[in-house]
Design a protein. Structure first.
Length: 435
């Protein structure tokens, strides 16, 4: 985790202090469950909670023990015994390290997901507000980067809202995918621990029991989780690139907010660069990169190996922390985005009316021309305009073949900008449930 791209609430989920606190809760709940079914003394379970509930686990001490044991869970249990006393011998009865590690990882992923869902809610709110603000702000739609037909800036933002609404649904499903608990012992057979212990711990930790855990929770769950984060990152990049293109000098239809005292270049004082959205493009690449090792983690040897462990120690924190930061940054970009309707209109008019070519094409076919002939006539008049040689409407009216099929009024009607926006309300109702 790089502090530059981290936010404290998400980072805290992955701190050693948080991890050891979760480990304690898993072990303590398991000991309580063992006491309830008569496997360990109730007094021992009570003592574990009494001594450990408000304890501050000494990270340096645990690290010191691990340097000898070469085993992180044993190091923690040794330190816990130093805190609890003799009753600690009843902790971890019938359990294996993966019971603690895997359950803890899933608790952390669930907590991280809750923050990411809140991030998405903030982004969706910003997109909705700006979409309605610019619902009927005319702008040019582009295909292949080339002027195509008119749209509205609100429709661009509505599309992004719909995409991130889908992202939210996927993230809810991904949360459910990883919200499982395994307290099943060595090779997952429950030979030395009752399945009721797993059910108890799962309920207390806000998880559900893993149906079959071998000795680890199956990593296809985590592969789907990190793949979902990668797709969300791709959506972030899609919107970031839209802003970057719109901010180009020759376009300048929208622009990142430029604050008082901000500097765009060390060499050129005039520069106002899209640095936030460029940064988001880079962060999206990193989040996507974490999906592949998560997929490679699925294929473990037999009931268990730890080839996935080192991977998850990195991608768990890095993917969630980075995506959390990126979503918050994107929300800020959209919330404060500078929009220039006059420039949008200027760009709309830049091609001398060519953006209405399809309407003319359709009008000619409806007047009786074949599609091939209609296309030929429209393109014949469009190409000079493309080269800067006149206005499209003027050339069409002067073309005898076009005039033979369409009256001047019918040709002019094809240039009505409002025609392109007659279904904006319908699209907004589909996206937002209201117009």
């Amino acid at each position: 985790m790089i502090p530059r791209y981290s936010r404290p609430e998400m980072t805290a989920i992955w701190s050693p202090e948080t991890r050891f606190r979760i480990w304690f809760e898993i072990e303590a709940h398991a000991t309580t469950a063992l006491a309830e079914i008569g496997v360990v003394p109730r007094e021992a379970a009570e003592k574990v909670w009494e001594k450990g509930r408000d304890a501050v686990f000494d990270v340096a001490r645990i690290d010191e023990i691990e340097r000898v044991t070469k085993h992180d869970v044993i190091a923690f249990l040794t330190h816990l015994a130093e805190i609890v006393g003799p009753e600690a011998r009843f902790v971890h009865q019938g359990m294996t390290s993966s019971d603690v590690l895997d359950t803890c990882l899933n608790v952390q992923l669930v907590r991280a997901t809750d923050l990411l869902l809140a991030d998405l809610d903030g982004l969706l709110a910003a997109l909705r507000r700006r979409a309605f603000e610019h619902k009927l702000t005319p702008t040019i739609g582009r295909s292949h980067g080339i002027h195509a037909e008119p749209v509205t800036f609100g429709l661009k933002l509505a599309q992004a809202h719909a995409e991130f609404a889908r992202a939210r649904e996927r993230l809810v499903a991904a949360r459910r995918e990883v919200a499982t608990c395994a307290i099943s012992g060595a090779v997952g057979t429950f030979a030395n621990i009752d399945p009721r212990v797993e059910e108890y711990v799962a309920e207390k930790m806000g998880l559900t029991p893993e149906p079959v855990s071998t000795q680890v929770i199956p990593r296809d769950r985590h592969a789907m989780y990190f793949a979902t984060l990668g797709v969300i990152a791709s959506s972030i990049e899609r919107l970031a690139i839209e802003v970057r293109h719109l901010q180009r000098t020759e376009v300048l239809e929208a622009e990142e907010y430029f604050s008082e005292g901000q500097k765009g270049s060390s060499a050129m004082p005039h520069k106002r660069n899209p640095v936030l959205t460029e940064n988001l493009t880079g962060l999206a690449r990193m989040v996507r990169a974490y999906a592949l090792p998560a997929m490679e983690n699925v294929a473990l040897w037999h009931e268990r190996d730890i080839s996935h462990s080192s991977v998850e120690r990195m991608i768990g924190p890095d993917a969630t922390v980075t995506l959390d930061f990126a979503l918050a940054r994107l929300t800020g970009v959209i919330d404060r985005l500078l929009v220039y309707p006059d420039n949008m209109q200027r760009n709309l008019d830049r091609l001398g009316g060519l953006v209405h070519s399809q309407r003319v094409l359709l009008a000619l076919t409806q007047a009786g021309l074949s599609r091939e002939d209609a296309y030929r006539l429209v393109q014949r008049n469009a190409m000079p305009v493309w080269r800067g040689e006149g206005e499209f409407l003027t050339l069409l009216k002067a073309d005898p073949e076009v005039s033979a099929a369409l009256s001047p009024e019918a040709i002019e009607a094809c240039f009505d900008l409002g025609y392109h926006y007659k279904h904006v309300d319908t699209i907004f109702r589909r996206v937002f449930g209201e117009s």
